[in-house]
Every structure is written in structure tokens, then in C-alpha cells.
Design a protein around this ligand. Sequence first.
Ligand code: NAD
Ligand code: GLY
Length: 364
Amino acid sequence: MEVVNLDLGAESYPVYIGSGLMADGAILHPHIKGQQVCVVSNTTVGPIYGEKLRQQLGGDRAVDYIELPDGEEYKTLDSLNKIITHLLENRHERSTTLIALGGGVVGDITGFAAACYLRGVNFLQFPTTLLAQVDSSVGGKTGVNHPLGKNLIGAFKQPECVLIDIDTLTTLPDRELRAGMAEVIKHAAIRDIEFISWLEENLDRIQSLEPVTMSALVKRNCQIKAAIVSADEKEKGTRAILNLGHTFGHAIENAMGYGVWLHGEAVAAGSVMAADLSFRMGMLTSGECKRFKALIAAAGLPVCPPAEITPEQFVDLMKMDKKASGGEMRFVLLNGLGTATLVDRVDSDLLRQTLSAGDTLCEC
Ligand code: NAD
Ligand code: GLY
């Protein structure tokens, strides 16, 4: 088992990574404080892993369970309210522990419920998608969507620990595995040029879920994310670079209807758009741009946005982004492959060129 520590003073916590962790209650138990536990999952993951996890939780504890409907379209205040009502009806006290068992949707909603319920209770993350293992379960961003925009309601709430059992990836549909690779490539692009080369060399092993490769992949991602979050937990500055591709990507998710494009797919196309804009701004070379797009394509991800979203629609939606400031859109751009920066002002003509480039993005 590998352990990556998130260094946040009194709120520091470990991220455990390995095979067979779900069957190992000894790792889990020290992180459960009281006598009540509630596992939150969904109608897809719950039937596969719910019972296995619950077997590790028993003993003297009361183990409760909530199953949400599956899908990004259920990442709503209504789902949050269902969790809160269930906890109240079942008399969960302040000492209770919530356990998120699922992908990023379950993790984000459960974490937000843990932040809100009785002004905050203990919570653990058991991420079961690649995206959740490499990104969403680590760092404490929790929340739900609003019809006007993605992840606009939420809180920072750090888990007590994150338990990543890479065996859960074996039941994950291929499309979801590919979607997770978008956040992996994002981490490499913003922080680690050598990791870009490693990904280019190891794509076949990743696609066949070779265990040693997957453990190394998840660990490197958690290290990158942990370093950035430890430096800027509440996103006052540098943490914003983790949003590479998200300003464009959130606009795609919203315009298409939540759940139509997967979050990772939207981030992939959005990252290529960010690379294209970086080139137009003189921050990325043509060769770097093409290399980045080629890696996204090799991972089986979309390299351009849906043709039906107009540049005007993009701009309207991007103004709702959380990073917008004083009504101005702000973008995470690449300052060379392996380095990212938050840019306050972009030339509107250059932005329009990116928004109109369609499938010629990055072919500069
Ligand atoms: P998801 O949670 O919808 O999971 C994808 C699909 O895979 C779902 O149908 C789910 O039921 C299924 N699934 C999950 N694990 C499975 C398994 N082991 N076997 C079989 N099926 C499984 O999507 P996601 O890609 O995990 O997460 C996307 C969400 O994460 C978005 O809402 C996004 O905004 C959020 N996110 C949050 C952060 C953060 O920092 N909090 C970071 C990135 C993304
Ligand atoms: N996924 C972006 C962040 O955690 O900050």
C-alpha cells in the first residue's frame, strides 16, 4: 500500500492507495470516530461494493446506508436534502461518520452533506472511479450543481482520510476510465512534464489496468494534487491551476445538459481549447500544442467542443464560472507544457478565434 499525506496542519489526512483496501477494515477503523456510520452510494456502485464495505464496518457500530440515483443530473440540492432528511430521521448525531462510496458525484454530494449536517460531521472518501481517485476525492472541494452553473453551491470540507482501492477500476466502464484520464493529463500538463512523457509511454498499460502502473499513476496524481492543495487549500491563488480546461469544460457540460458529456470529456475538450488559447497568447509553442492534443486523442478523449455551442453561448456560460472576477472571465493557461498560470485578461479576438476553431484547435 502507498500513502500520500495531505499536509493541512490540524486538518491533515492520509490518502491510502492499493489493491484490496476495501476488504481491509484495519485501515478504515481508526478514522471512524463514533458509533454511527452512514455509507452514501448510488444505484450502480452500491449493489457492487456496498455489502463488501459494510462487512468491514460492523461490530458495535450502527451502519446505515443511503442509495442515490446515479448521474450528474442528480448532483443537486434535492439530493443533498434527501441525505440530510435521512440522517435526521435516523437520528444521526454529531459524532456520526459519512462514507462516500462512488465516483465524483457521490463524493462531492456526500462531502457537502458532511459539511452541512449539524454544522459538520466526520467523513471518509472511498472513490471508485479513476476521476475520483486521481482528483475529486482529494482536496476537500464538495458541492452540487445549480441549473445556472456547475458546482456553484458548495463548501471546502476535508475528509478524515481517502481510501483508494484500485481494484474497483476493474468494474468501471471504459468510457468512464477514459474520462478519468482527462484529469490525469491535466495534472501532468500543469505540473510535471516528465509525467507527460510517462503517460505517453504507458498508455497501453493504463488502458489494460496493469496494477503496478495504475498504482503509480494514482499515486503521482495524488502527490501533485496534495502539493497544490497543501499550498493553497481555499483557492486564494495557485490552486486555481487545477481548473485547467474547466472554464470551457463547465460551459460544455451546462450547454449540453448535465450528464450528456461526462465531466472528464468536457475537461478534455476544454483543456485542448485552453492549450489553443495559450498558443494564440504566445505562451505555448506549436509543437507543445500538438503534443498535448495528440495525448488527449490517444487517451480516447474528445479534442474539440460540440459544434452546436456558439461562441456567444460559450461566453455567456463562462461568465458564470467561479473564477470570474469583476465580471471578467479568467482562464488557466499553459505557460509551456508542465506549467500553468491563471490569466486575468485575455484578448477577446484571440478568445473568439479559439471558440470558433472547432476541430482545427491546436493545429497551428
Ligand atoms: P460519476 O460519479 O458520475 O461516476 C461515473 C459513473 O461510473 C457513474 O455512473 C457511477 O455510478 C459509475 N461508477 C462509479 N464507480 C464505479 C465502479 N467502480 N464500477 C462501475 N461503475 C462505477 O463521475 P466521476 O467522473 O467519478 O465524477 C465526476 C464529478 O466529479 C463531477 O460532478 C465533477 O464536477 C466532480 N469533480 C469534483 C472535483 C473536486 O475537486 N471535488 C474534481 C473533479 C471532478
Ligand atoms: N478539481 C479542482 C480542485 O480540486 O481544485
